[in-house]
Design a protein around this ligand. Sequence first.
Ligand SMILES: [Zn+2]
Length: 267
Amino acid sequence: MPMCVSGDHDDLENMESLTMSSNIVESSSEEDSKENIKYGTRQSPINVVSHEIYRNKGHKVDVEFEDLQDGTLTLNYNSLQVDYEGGRLKYKAHSKSSAWKSAQFHFHAPAEHKIDGHTYDAEMHMVFRGECFPDELAVLGILFEISEDGEPNQFIESLRLGELSYPVDVKSKINSRISDVFNGKLKGEVINYLGSLTTPGFDESVTWFLVKNPIKINDAELKNLTKFWGNEKFIHCETGNARNIRQTGSRIVQKFPLQCHLNGNHE
Ligand SMILES: [Zn+2]
């Protein structure tokens, strides 16, 4: 039984001085200062700078997924969300561990987080609530990029987005073999930092786990995903439904291994 620990990383505070100097080069305009006062200093998304990521050997993340049966897909004018309770995320930091249960997943296109200034084509956020403290959230961010060979992404196909239109299909039932996309592809490392929701509220209650390796999506699938919000620019967003990048400031950005278990089978 995992211990319930707070989402704050107590051992991170000790490391903060290690990376303060490297982050100090970020520009800090008057506008940024105003934004910090308005929203706080641990906002999301951020631009991840590869050479500033701290490799934390004592930490790891395990995620379990079950296939989705009779899930509800909700369309809004600027979002696409699926209720999903078949996932569990466990974060082990040395002898401590924290566990979260999945609540929903949704999409942003283009992606919200950047890596070394690069913008990926889309980003899925799987939102988890703390098993002990439901107000403490963890979000697993999965980046998508267009594949050159056009091979379909079975998970995106299973959402049958091509058949849906807004506002006709506000709610629809879906079944999805989530393992089809995650099997063997969600592996490697996760990038972790303490941040916020990227939609209004912007609550600073999120422990972020961004999967470092992007997953492929084809051109038609991306078009089906973005047709609901197109190139419209929503408030707080840079383009589409992706929020503007926020300052990392003195936050620790670290990485460690990710392991996925599908329907209880180790991958
Ligand atoms: Zn999101």
